[in-house]
Structure formats: structure tokens, C-alpha cells
Write a protein that binds this ligand. Structure first.
Ligand code: PMP
Length: 425
């Protein structure tokens, strides 16, 4: 990314950018583009669900009373519905409480304390490492940081992680897991290609109990009319002779209600049996009324897609507003590039090396809160200091537009400062 304009033209831009910054700073904005949360209007889409299953409607399709204990794996009707969404047979799906992060957390803790199917011993006390595509999701990194699991970064590309690198690193027996967000990755929006999924399923690993932590958080969160189907990672792993390789996670946090949805675990028969064995010590059963509520409300896969269309109508304009603002100020300058995601919750901006922290600081001066620079890298440290994650779903469209213009301005200013061109003005 090399500036393509003459020093004089850039100097003139510096004058304009600083004047605009001063004007915006005086306007006293208060905007937040930090976390990928659904907006109140998105939550309103599921408001009707709060009245379900309704008075006296507590019997499941097999006539069981959903108010009572039991049903550890989840209701068959809920497993059928969300199995269809994730491309997983219902018998290999477990429906849990509201948070998929909690399910991931449990799997890591149980792997540490007990090992997973195929482990010679529990992971705890051993040198354990996870591969993590970067830019990636800070909460995935946080699990590993919290439990002393080494994080090994791997570059993220448009069709998934750099597979040459993944295959080389996975040969190390210390590498026991890998974080994957296969559809509309957090934060780049990249979707793994079929070839990437096949290579992950088939690659040789040094550890016999290696697991893909396959977090399909955005499986149906499309921003265009394209609806790529989820990869059949369980089938691909089985076909490659590694049937137990994938742990699948997902939730309805960004489908129905972020704080009151359903979370899922899926895996091979052996993995599901392992999961249920541990989970059965932890609880007598999940909240099956919430499962009924979800099946009554969403009904079938078409119902899910229709519901996600309504989300798209609310959030796609916000993504467009960010892209427009970035393009308007920075297009053709060679100072930054950004993803144009077809789904998910984020836009990633890559700017000149060494300028991301400065952009966050400049944005704070305008009253715009951004995710801290570095948060998309392990330990919160981006050695290139060049990546920013923008989360446009929560604020109103007008706020998103104002914030994006401010952010684009800060990227521009930081780049001018970095080149010393500002002083030339
Ligand atoms: N996984 C990814 C990749 C996410 O981006 C998020 C939300 N930001 C989550 C999981 C959170 O999942 P849950 O709400 O089910 O705990």
C-alpha cells in the first residue's frame, strides 16, 4: 500500500483532514463501533418469541413435558431444525443453553481435565498449542490465554487459513487444536473454500487427538442473496479417516436473542457421547421450553432463512454505509484496504503498518469507540499494528454513517502523520 498521490496533493489533503477533524471533535459525538452486538431493532424481530410456547403449550412432539428435567441432548424437533441449519444429522447435534462460548469453554476444560476421545492422557500439564488464524476472534484467543494453551498464529486468506502453514504446523504433536470460523469469519468475513475444509479434514497431524474447533457462529448470517451451505465437516473428516477431528459449535445468539438463544455442539458419535458424558455431570438437562419457543417461532430451515432476511434488511445498509465512507475518503489513495464481507458481523480494515493504535486514539478524540488495536491477534498484540475490526450492527444507520466517516478520516490523518506529510502542509 503505497500512496499514489504527489506530496503536494497529500499536503493539501492534510490541511482539509485536520480542519474536518477539528470540526468533528467540536461536535461532541458519542459513537460505539466496538462489539458485534445485534441492534434493538434486530432483537425486536424475535419479540414474538417471548410469548411462546404460551400457556399450556409445553408438550414436545413426542408428548414429553418440556417443563420437567431431562432431555440432555435436546428435543428431537430442535435438533432436526438446527441440524438442518448446520448441515449436521440430528443425532449428532446437542442443544445446550444460550452461549456457544460456554460450550467451547466446557470442551477445553474437559479436554484439559479428562482428554478427548483418542487422547492418551488429559491435556493438562502438557505443552498444548492451538493454531489460530489471524486476524481472529479475541474470545477464542482468551480461552487459550486463560488456560495456558500456546497460540500459534497462521495467516488468514480469502479462502481460509494459509493451508501450507497449517499443514506444516499441525505436524507438531503439541498442536492439539485449531480455531476455525468457517463461514463469514470473525473479523475478515472470509468463508473457507471447500478445498480448505477438505485439507483441514485430511491433513496429517502430529497429535492423534487433534481437534478442529469449528465455530460456525455465522452459518446463516448472509449479507447478500448468496447462501453458501455449511461445509459438511463431519462428513469430510469421516471420509478422510479422521472421524473424530471436528467439534462444531454454533448458536442462535445473532438469529433470535443474543442473551437468550440456544447454543449447539455437534461432532462424531464418539465426540457426542464424550460430550454428553461430561455434560450429564454438570446438569440434569437444558431449558427445553426455550427449545420449544425456538422451534415454534422459526419452524423450519425456510423460516430461519426468512428471519435472517429480515436481519439482512436491517444491517446490510449499515455495512454499505461503512464501505461507502471508507471508499469516499480513502478510495484510490493506497493508504488502506478493507474487506467487503458477504456475511457475518464485521469489516476488517488494514492500514499502513504502525498506525492502527493511532487511529483508535484519534477516533477516541472524536468520541468514537473502536475495538482496541491488536484485539484480533493473540495476546492482543498485532506485530504489524495495522488491523482494525469494525462492528457496524449495533448503532443506528445514521450513527454508523457518522462513525464510519470519522474513522475513515482518522485513518487518513494517521497515514499522513506517519509519512510526515502532515508537517509538509
Ligand atoms: N463465536 C464467534 C466467532 C463470534 O463472533 C461470537 C460473537 N461475537 C460468538 C462465538 C459468541 O457466541 P455465543 O453468543 O453463542 O456465546
Amino acid at each position: 500500500m503505497v500512496p499514489v498521490l504527489s506530496p503536494e496533493a497529500l499536503a493539501a489533503q492534510g490541511v482539509e483532514a485536520r480542519a474536518t477533524y477539528a470540526r468533528l471533535a467540536a461536535a461532541g459525538l458519542k459513537l460505539d463501533m466496538t462489539r458485534g452486538k445485534p441492534s434493538p431493532e434486530q432483537l425486536d424481530l424475535a419479540e414474538g418469541m417471548l410469548a411462546l410456547p404460551g400457556n399450556r403449550d409445553h408438550l414436545t412432539e413426542s408428548g414429553e413435558d418440556a417443563r420437567n428435567y431431562g432431555g440432555l441432548q435436546g428435543l428431537p424437533e430442535a435438533r432436526r431444525l438446527f441440524g438442518a441449519m448446520l448441515g449436521v444429522p440430528p443425532e449428532l447435534l446437542v442443544v445446550n443453553e444460550n452461549s456457544s462460548l460456554a460450550v467451547m469453554h466446557d470442551c477445553i476444560v474437559w479436554a484439559l481435565l479428562k482428554g478427548v476421545p483418542g487422547s492418551a492422557a488429559p491435556w493438562v500439564g502438557q505443552d498444548v498449542a492451538f493454531l489460530c488464524p489471524v486476524p481472529g476472534y479475541d474470545r477464542h484467543f482468551g480461552f487459550c490465554e486463560g488456560f495456558g494453551i500456546r497460540l500459534i498464529p497462521v495467516a488468514m486468506r480469502e479462502d481460509g487459513p494459509d493451508m501450507e502453514e497449517v499443514e506444516r504446523l499441525a505436524a507438531d504433536p503439541a498442536v492439539r487444536g485449531m480455531w476455525c470460523v468457517p463461514t463469514y469469519s470473525n473479523p475478515t468475513g472470509a468463508t473457507y473454500s471447500e478445498a480448505t475444509a477438505r485439507r483441514l479434514a485430511a491433513m496429517r497431524t502430529g497429535a492423534s487427538d487433534f481437534r478442529l474447533f469449528w465455530d460456525n457462529a455465522y452459518a446463516v448470517h448472509h449479507l447478500t442473496e448468496n447462501r453458501p451451505a455449511p461445509h459438511d465437516i463431519l462428513g469430510l473428516c469421516a471420509e478422510a479417516g479422521n472421524p473424530d477431528r471436528a467439534f462444531i459449535f454454533a448458536s442462535t445468539s445473532k438469529i433470535t436473542l443474543a442473551g437468550a438463544g440456544l447454543a449447539f455442539f455437534a461432532g462424531s458419535k464418539a465426540n457426542v457421547a464424550w460430550y454428553l458424558e461430561q455434560a450429564g455431570r454438570r446438569t440434569i438437562g437444558p431449558d427445553k421450553l426455550n427449545q420449544l419457543r425456538h422451534t415454534r417461532f422459526l419452524r423450519d430451515l425456510d423460516g430461519i432463512h426468512r428471519h435472517m432476511e429480515a436481519h439482512r434488511r436491517l444491517i446490510a445498509p449499515k455495512f454499505e454505509a461503512v464501505l461507502e465512507a471508507l471508499d469516499q475518503r480513502l478510495g484510490g489513495l493506497g493508504l488502506a484496504r478493507w474487506t467487503e464481507p458477504e456475511g457475518g458481523y464485521f469489516i476488517t480494515v488494514e492500514m499502513l503498518r504502525g498506525s492502527a493504535k493511532r487511529v483508535v486514539e484519534l477516533a477516541r478524540g472524536l468520541g468514537i469507540a473502536l475495538t482496541p488495536a491488536g484485539s484480533t491477534s493473540p495476546h492482543g498484540k498485532d506485530p504489524t499494528d495495522s488491523i482494525l475490526r469494525l462492528a457496524p450492527t449495533y448503532p443506528s444507520l445514521a450513527e454508523v454513517r457518522a462513525a464510519a466517516e470519522g474513522i475513515a478520516l482518522c485513518i487518513h490523518l494517521a497515514a499522513l502523520e506517519a509519512d510526515g506529510l502532515e508537517r509538509a502542509a
